[in-house]
Design a protein around this ligand. Structure first.
Ligand code: ZN
Length: 456
């Protein structure tokens, strides 16, 4: 199969009928299932253990036969167990989640898969009204190009659409970020909800440079109605939210008419489950997804961990996509420090990454007081005293001498009562505990388990 032939379908599905869309979904589903059973040892074992053969899965209605896979099931496995036979993991483009998640994990895709998954993203931008010659400014965490990701097609796309993308690292101080944005004057401003919310407070201060984007796109973190209003007023532009993950790339995007979310049914088969059973429309459940274009490293009935409210089967605006009413995704607080800095917690997370965190199964970073930050860690293997002090030393480099950082070992991190993930939470000040989103007593003690998130 020439997978590039999928591109026109993906671009035009917003005008297709629901039936056409579902036919496409089931066809891709059968391809992925057949492929995974034949080529990926982990899925071969999983299917065999449940007595499932690829021919049992004809449509999405048959998926209940396949056991659900969690991140923990895949995390400890060697690449050759989860990557398809004949594919060299070294040649794949890998995304290490952990920047915004409580469980470090590597997602791998081929160059072609990356390109195909880029199509729904382009489709979303065109839907929101991206025009030729627009300048897009993105405030995101990481834009280092992957050595296996040749940028040529993206450059061609930019040439054809004449769209210019500029990245600003979200850890740049907000004042400086605003100066840079004023120099760029983007038509489209995109970034994490928390970063844009912080920026929108700054924009209102007298004497600050003004920027006038035509639209603001948020993603990667929960956007509350309060934050959406705040950002929209500050930039005098509509705010549209998108939802995605490293595992599934673009998964949903906000409808311009209804405010609900269109699900990317042609890239991911999304199930909303509670106790492993589908929830009714209007009910809240956990996201379990099957990636329809990931063959190098398949994700089949993979529990992402996010909580969403299921919406109607197709959107009232006339587009054929199924909908989500609400996404209770991730909340990331800034930490106000005694020295006056407002620290983005990714800065701590990136200081702690990789080798030093190897023993950590899951984590949560909580600012308990202005001068005290705690890493709650569920050990995957028991850490040594040296490993604990290594983490504290790494964090100390970012936090400075006025803040105490310590690691607290815990048995588990539970999902909060309202199903909200707070991997990074400040008990000193939280944008999420503002008027639009009152927090009940006891929620401060909420713990988290989490999917990985990315602005996509
Ligand atoms: Zn719609």
């Amino acid at each position: 199969m020439n997978r590039l032939s999928l591109v026109p379908s993906l671009l035009h599905h917003s005008r297709a009928s629901r039936e056409t869309l579902l036919r496409f979904q089931d066809r891709q589903l059968r391809r992925v299932i057949r492929h995974a059973y034949a080529n990926v040892p982990y899925y071969r074992r999983l299917f065999d253990s449940a007595g499932v053969r690829p021919e049992h899965i004809r449509t999405s209605a048959d998926m209940y036969r396949i056991p659900i896979t969690t991140k923990n099931d895949l995390r400890g496995l060697p690449p050759e167990d989860v990557v398809a036979r004949g594919v060299d993991p070294q040649k794949l483009i890998s995304h290490t989640t952990g920047g915004s998640s409580g469980e470090p994990f590597v997602v791998r895709r081929s160059w072609m898969e990356e390109r195909i998954l880029g199509v729904p993203r382009i489709r979303t931008l065109l839907y929101y009204g991206l025009r030729r010659h627009d300048v897009v400014a993105l405030l995101i965490f990481n834009h280092k190009s992957n050595p296996n990701d040749y940028q040529l097609p993206q450059r061609l796309m930019q040439k054809i659409h004449r769209v210019k993308a500029q990245w600003i690292h979200c850890l740049v101080p907000p004042e400086e970020m605003l100066e840079q944005l004023a120099a760029i004057q983007p038509e489209v401003l995109g970034g994490y909800a928390g970063v844009l919310s912080r920026l929108s407070q700054l924009v209102k201060e007298p004497g600050r440079p003004s920027i006038r984007p035509r639209m603001v796109l948020t993603g990667g973190e929960t956007l509350t109605p309060f934050m959406s209003r705040q950002i929209s007023e500050a930039f005098n532009a509509p705010v549209y939210d998108t939802y995605g993950s490293h595992e599934f790339s673009r998964t949903a995007w906000q409808c311009k008419e209804t405010g609900e979310y269109h699900v990317c049914d042609d890239a991911v088969l999304l199930e909303v489950l509670r106790d492993d059973q589908p929830v009714a429309i209007g009910e809240r459940g956990e996201v379990v997804g099957t990636a329809l274009h990931s063959f190098a490293m398949p994700f089949i009935r993979y529990r992402l961990g996010d909580i969403v409210t299921r919406g109607k089967e197709s959107c009232a605006c006339g587009q054929p996509f199924s909908t989500l009413r609400e996404i209770q995704g991730r909340m990331v607080d800034y930490f106000p420090l005694p020295d006056g800095r407002l620290l983005h917690p990714y800065e701590i997370a990136s200081a702690l990454q990789n080798s030093a965190m190897r023993w950590v199964g899951q984590y949560r970073i909580v600012q308990e007081r202005k001068d005290c930050i705690v890493l709650l860690a569920v050990p995957a293997i028991a850490p040594t005293v040296e490993q604990l002090s290594e983490l504290e030393a790494l964090a100390g480099k970012v936090l400075g001498p006025t803040v105490r950082f310590h690691v607290r070992l815990v048995d588990g991190l539970e999902l909060g009562k309202r199903g909200k993930f707070r991997v990074y939470q400040s008990l000193v000040h939280s944008a999420y505990d503002n008027p639009g989103e009152p927090v009940a007593e006891g929620e401060l003690a909420e713990s988290t388990s989490g999917g990985s998130s990315e602005l996509r």
